[in-house]
Ligand binder design. Structure first.
Ligand SMILES: Cc1cc2nc3c(=O)[nH]c(=O)nc-3n(C[C@H](O)[C@H](O)[C@H](O)COP(=O)(O)OP(=O)(O)OC[C@H]3O[C@@H](n4cnc5c(N)ncnc54)[C@H](O)[C@@H]3O)c2cc1C
Length: 564
């Protein structure tokens, strides 16, 4: 009992560790599974889609359990997902470094408080090397469809391997064509024939921010200069002395615009909506700080935990009617309006929505960049793109050499364009036609043995996504344990559990600022908040700590449906 009390207390203070194995029952179950596997028990074949943070986390936790019957299919040439694709100047995380790493595999030698893209990518690459994950990964392999075979209780996946190896940076044309409604897979000329593989379990780690979104602006194809999206940065293209336009000012633009501004002749920002930009308390760690964080695990863990709780309390801001939010809005307006001038009008500086409704951004160089003589902010809409530049709604024509899209990602179209066909031929895209939803963000009724990491309603505006992914992986691992312990052949979320959860999410979301009248990538076109978890992350952790058998419909190898 004393042991359990200690671990519960530890879990409360340091809530970033993997839940199940921190309890006595969880540890006993883990040990039981490991023993069975070491004695030769069958383990299911598991297909993990994507080798970003989520796919890597799932794989590491399977290895930890002694399960090696898994393959990661990754369409890019390497691992890292987001942090491989987003190489734009200034790309960095806005969660501090010691929290933006897995609790079970901490990076002990971060060089700065807020990590930059190269250091994050190298963290994920080092996990793959240190744990010898490479033999489990099939790169340049895009999963195009997954179909459930009810009779055999398994998934059939179709894989495409491009004839010429591509990297994530080369498929933006694909995304443009998709927006035009063309079928990408069939229109790609250099594809090898599809290949089929089978797996009892599929775990999607495709992320929410993987496919760049480029608005369908009239005349885009006529522009004679260069265009690219921030997530597909053209490093070979020299911007020095150019007239550059940036369409879309969000989290990425806030980071790359200050880097680009000193280099170019003129920078025009086409900004439809304004951000709250707070100071970024970033700096390199001092030598002695690095030494302590590296060599004194207790200090490192306490530091990580203190970051977690500081960030966690920010969720107060996301609550509708938050006093803190009102105070912030007032103070922000007062301070920032002093920067306004005829060149930089108030509407280019002060948001007209409640803080938190869109992500609150952090940067120290944003406002100085707006004040630069070569920077201009346009707040009216883009009417069309011409051969030589951009025409605004009022008819003004701005000549440009390069247009950079900082327009974010197709975030609400979860798992697209992958075609997922579940029991009775149901298409997941059809089930989700009014907006993606999933039980705890991880499972959908009618799609047995199919689990999602960083799925619907698991994004955050206030804390680390890696924390959420870790909880999901722990939960899915508990499900996979059931395959080993009980020899089950399929498991599927009960409709009642899904409906109850869905109602909870709707009720909780209605109490957040996201439900207010502001546009954000958290919502789909009908206004449903499909992306965000509407509560504290510590509550999410509690929900996923233990698998409740009443939520699940289990089928054993003897095919009897077991309604627990
Ligand atoms: C610019 C940017 C900044 C961010 N900053 C933060 C931050 O500060 N804090 C934070 O917590 N989160 C941040 N995020 C969110 C970030 O996406 C998550 O933290 C995390 O990296 C998600 O990892 P993932 O593995 O779920 O998805 P991803 O990193 O997107 O990985 C998905 C992988 O799946 C692969 N893939 C896609 N489709 C297929 C297919 N059909 N077949 C095979 N492979 C496929 C992709 O190539 C990719 O490697 C940021 C995201 C972006 C884009």
């Amino acid at each position: 009992m004393a042991l359990d009390f200690r671990s519960n207390l530890h879990d409360l203070l340091f809530p970033t560790s993997h839940a199940e194995s921190s309890t006595r029952a969880g540890r006993a179950k883990d040990a039981g599974v490991r023993r069975l596997i070491s004695e030769g028990a069958n383990t299911p074949r598991i297909a993990i889609l994507g080798a970003g943070a989520a796919g890597i986390c799932m794989a590491l936790q399977l290895l930890e359990q002694g399960i090696t019957s898994f393959t990661i299919y990754e369409k890019a040439k390497g691992v890292g997902g987001t942090w491989r694709a987003n190489t734009y100047p200034g790309a960095a995380c806005d969660v501090p470094s010691h929290l933006y790493s897995f609790s079970f595999a901490p990076k002990v030698n971060w060089t700065r408080k807020f990590p930059e893209q190269p250091e994050i990518l190298s963290y994920f690459e080092s996990l793959v090397t240190d744990h010898n994950l490479a033999p489990h990964i099939e790169f340049n392999t895009e999963v195009t469809s997954a179909t459930w075979d009810e009779a055999l209780s398994l998934w059939r996946l179709e894989l495409l391997r491009p004839a010429d190896a591509i990297d994530v940076g080369e498929d933006v044309g694909e995304d443009l064509r998709e927006e035009d409604g063309e079928d990408v897979g069939e229109s790609e000329p250099q594809r090898t024939p599809t290949e089929q593989v089978e797996a009892e379990i599929v775990v999607s780690g495709l992320g929410q921010l993987n496919r760049p979104s480029i608005p369908n602006i009239e005349g885009l194809e006529t522009f004679e200069g260069t265009t690219f999206h921030s997530a597909r940065w053209e490093h070979d293209h020299d911007l020095t002395g150019e007239r550059v336009g940036v369409i879309g000012i969000g989290a990425s633009a806030i980071q790359f615009v200050p880097q680009v501004a000193p280099q170019v002749a003129d920078l025009t920002l086409f900004q439809r909506s304004v951000n709250y930009v707070a100071p970024k308390p970033d700096r390199a760690f001092k030598g002695w700080e690095q030494w302590v964080l590296r060599h004194v695990p207790g200090v490192r863990e306490a530091y990580r935990s203190s970051i977690y709780w500081r960030f966690e309390f920010r969720f107060r801001l996301m609550k509708k009617g938050s006093r803190l939010g009102r105070l912030l809005q007032k103070k922000f307006g007062e301070q920032i309006s002093s920067l306004a001038s005829p060149k930089l009008p108030l509407e280019a500086l002060v948001p007209d929505y409640t803080p938190g409704c869109r992500r609150i951004l952090i940067a120290n160089d944003w406002y100085p960049t707006l004040l630069r003589p070569n920077t201009r902010v346009i707040t009216e809409g883009v009417s069309r793109i011409t051969q030589t530049g951009i025409q605004t709604d009022s008819g003004e024509k701005i000549d440009l050499d390069t247009i950079i899209f900082g327009t974010g990602f197709q975030a609400t179209e979860f798992l697209a364009p992958l075609r997922i066909t579940g029991r009775d031929g149901q298409e997941l895209s059809e089930v989700w036609r009014d907006g993606a939803r999933a039980f705890l963000g991880v499972a959908v009724g009618g799609f047995p043995n199919f689990f999602i990491l960083y799925g619907p309603n698991t994004n955050l505006g206030h804390n680390s996504i890696l924390f959420m992914i870790e909880q999901q992986v722990g939960y899915i691992r508990q499900i996979i344990d059931e395959f080993v312990l009980r020899g089950i052949s399929s498991i599927e979320v009960q409709d009642t559990a899904m409906d109850t959860f869905d109602s909870e999410i709707s009720r909780a979301t209605a109490q957040t600022v996201w439900a207010e009248d502001c546009s954000s990538w958290y919502k789909n076109s009908s206004g449903r908040v499909t992306n965000n978890w509407p509560d504290y992350t510590v509550k999410y952790k509690q929900r996923l700590a233990h698998l409740d058998p009443r939520d699940w419909l289990v089928r054993t190898a003897s095919q009897a449906v077991d309604h627990e």
